[in-house]
Design a protein around this ligand. Structure first.
Ligand SMILES: NC(=O)c1ccc[n+]([C@@H]2O[C@H](COP(=O)([O-])OP(=O)(O)OC[C@H]3O[C@@H](n4cnc5c(N)ncnc54)[C@H](O)[C@@H]3O)[C@@H](O)[C@H]2O)c1
Length: 336
């Protein structure tokens, strides 16, 4: 099998994790290869060179990649505000892309990426990494099989200390995962959103937010996101009519508690980044073969989550509950 050649754009904190995994998957399976690493900062590339050696194609600019026929896909791990511009250029050139979360900053931009991907017959994936978290997958099964009865409410704590941020705010940065996990675990999207958020050290950028999503049938989802809390938590608790489930999304440890006591549900923890990259490669191969294949983390999912982020911030600014309007799938041309 010829290896797929993947470029990584943005080699900061997250991009370097992606590069590490691509190199490791390449070594162990031979299915993919690192095509190149692009970062507009020479310092960031120098750091990569120190970690990954000089035998990699490092570039300061991605323009030449856009038309490169040897490129099979691009993993975009640059700052959130650059996603739309970079992603749309590659999609217009017919390239397959995986964009880190959030897909874009605005719903209309995400929707445009979904349209471009359909028009140019490209794979568009979004980095909703917890779709590949075995703990989250098991949580979904526990709920679907009625182990905690009818779900009443969900509580997310997504916290961890960060120094004051001037270019980012906490809702756009942290809330994509809780929104995505909530949808994956419950197969539902909220109908209304209310949100309170505040920046304490940086008044212009929120550092903590409390978001409440109201779902059809009365289910409520509460999301706490914070860069001020000293405890790093990636936790979800789902309370139902017969018991509750608790998942630590980092350790992938899952517990169910009901009238018979508390028990751990066995989960074999997954390497989420590696699974996400392998799934992206599978999507590229299958789409090239015109095989019907389901992308577990597609652009439409990314667009829907972006619309919830926008609704959250709108609620916070307008101090009112916002009805959610989810983007709907555009007409996808039939593959010839
Ligand atoms: N899936 C996850 O759990 C997860 C976790 C962390 C970050 N992320 C996402 O990854 C992305 C990057 O986050 P990070 O924490 O690594 O940020 P970072 O600031 O550490 O790295 C971003 C890098 O992109 C480079 N860059 C900026 N503009 C560029 C451009 N136009 N072309 C090429 N390179 C450019 C910067 O020089 C920097 O090295 C964000 O979208 C973030 O939301 C995802």
């Amino acid at each position: 099998m010829t290896p797929l050649r993947i470029a990584v754009i943005g080699s900061g904190y997250w991009g370097r994790k992606v590069i590490r995994e691509i190199l490791e998957i390449g070594r162990s399976t031979g299915q993919i290869e690192l095509h190149s690493v692009v970062d507009s900062s020479p310092a960031s590339l120098a750091q990569c060179q120190q970690e990954f050696g000089s035998g990699i194609d490092y570039r300061l600019d991605y323009q030449d990649l856009v038309q490169d026929p040897s490129l099979s896909g691009v993993h975009i791990a640059s700052p959130n505000g650059t996603h739309f511009d970079i992603a749309s250029r590659f999609l217009r050139a017919g390239k397959n892309i995986l964009v880190e979360k959030p897909l874009t900053l605005k719903t209309v931009e995400s929707y445009e990426l979904v349209r471009l991907a359909a028009e140019n017959k490209c794979v568009l994936s979004v980095g909703h990494i917890h779709r590949f978290n075995n703990g989250v997958r098991e949580l979904r099964r526990v709920i679907a099989e009625g182990e905690i009865g009818e779900p009443y409410y969900v509580d997310f704590r997504w916290t961890g200390f960060m120094n004051p941020q001037l270019q980012r705010e906490v809702i756009t940065d942290l809330a994509p995962h809780p929104f995505d996990i909530c949808n994956y675990a419950l197969d539902a999207w909220p109908e209304k959103i209310s949100c309170k958020g505040r920046g304490y050290r940086t008044k212009q950028n929120e550092e903590v937010a409390f978001i409440t999503g109201e779902h059809k049938g009365g289910l409520m989802a509460h999301i706490e996101v914070s860069w001020l809390d000293r405890d790093k938590r990636r936790e979800v608790a789902i309370v139902g009519s017969n018991g509750m489930a608790f998942l630590d999304c980092m350790s992938q440890k899952l517990f169910v508690e009901d009238s018979s006591g508390r028990r751990e549900i066995p989960v074999l923890p997954s390497n989420t980044i590696a699974s996400e990259i392998i799934h992206f490669a599978d999507c590229i191969r299958n789409s090239r073969d015109s095989t019907t294949y389901s992308n577990h983390s597609d652009g439409m999912l990314g667009a829907r989550v972006v619309s919830l982020l926008e609704a959250s911030r709108e609620s916070m600014f307008q101090d009112r509950t916002i009805p959610v309007q989810l983007p709907i799938m555009p007409e996808i041309p039939v593959r010839q």
